[in-house]
Design a protein around this ligand. Structure first.
Ligand SMILES: *[C@@H]1O[C@H](CO)[C@@H](O)[C@H](O)[C@H]1NC(C)=O
Length: 159
């Protein structure tokens, strides 16, 4: 298995592999990748990557060099998002200004306010800031005029 055509992710050859004395694995994947020995006889060379990080996102190829020049390709997108945090910014007798904040999410989340029936409510335009490492901060405010239970939902459609 290789990432982006150059990084060695995992290699199995007649019983030796990167968790079993074989050198050459890219530092990024040390101690995090395993295969499924019992699956190999079924032609299943799947691997598992633990503790994934956003830097693991990329293009992975699987190659069986001794059998045939066949390559399999898969895109991995690792995302992250904190739980939205909500506060009441301002409240009067008949209205309230609610704020929902999602900080450091990647890929960019869609953030909405919903009422207790799950209906998406019309809010202000979200304030979106792109920070370093392709992370996004999204702040979404809404003025509500009814007593209800309001929920903020952040969705990352790609993942
Ligand atoms: C390969 O093995 C893994 C681990 O047991 C399993 O999750 C996966 O579904 C298998 N793939 C196929 C195509 O059978």
């Amino acid at each position: 298995w290789k990432k982006d055509g150059r990084q060695e992710v995992f290699l199995y050859d007649a019983g030796t592999h990167y968790n079993n004395g074989r050198p050459g694995q890219d530092e990024q994947f040390k101690g995090r990748v395993s295969h499924f020995p019992d699956e190999l006889r079924h032609g299943n060379a799947s691997i598992s990557i633990r503790n994934t990080r956003q830097s693991d996102s990329g293009s992975y190829t699987c190659h069986f060099p001794h059998i045939q020049q066949q390559r399999f390709h898969i895109e991995l997108l690792v995302g992250a998002a904190p739980e939205p945090s909500v506060i009441i910014l301002h409240q009067t007798k008949d209205s309230a200004l609610l704020q929902c904040e999602v900080r450091g999410a990647s890929p960019k989340p869609e953030v909405v306010w919903k009422d207790s029936d799950g209906k998406i409510l019309t809010a202000d335009d979200p304030k979106v800031t792109k920070t370093e490492g392709n992370k996004y901060d999204v702040v979404l405010r809404i003025t509500v005029t009814k007593t209800d239970s309001y929920t903020c939902v952040a969705t990352q459609k790609e993942i």
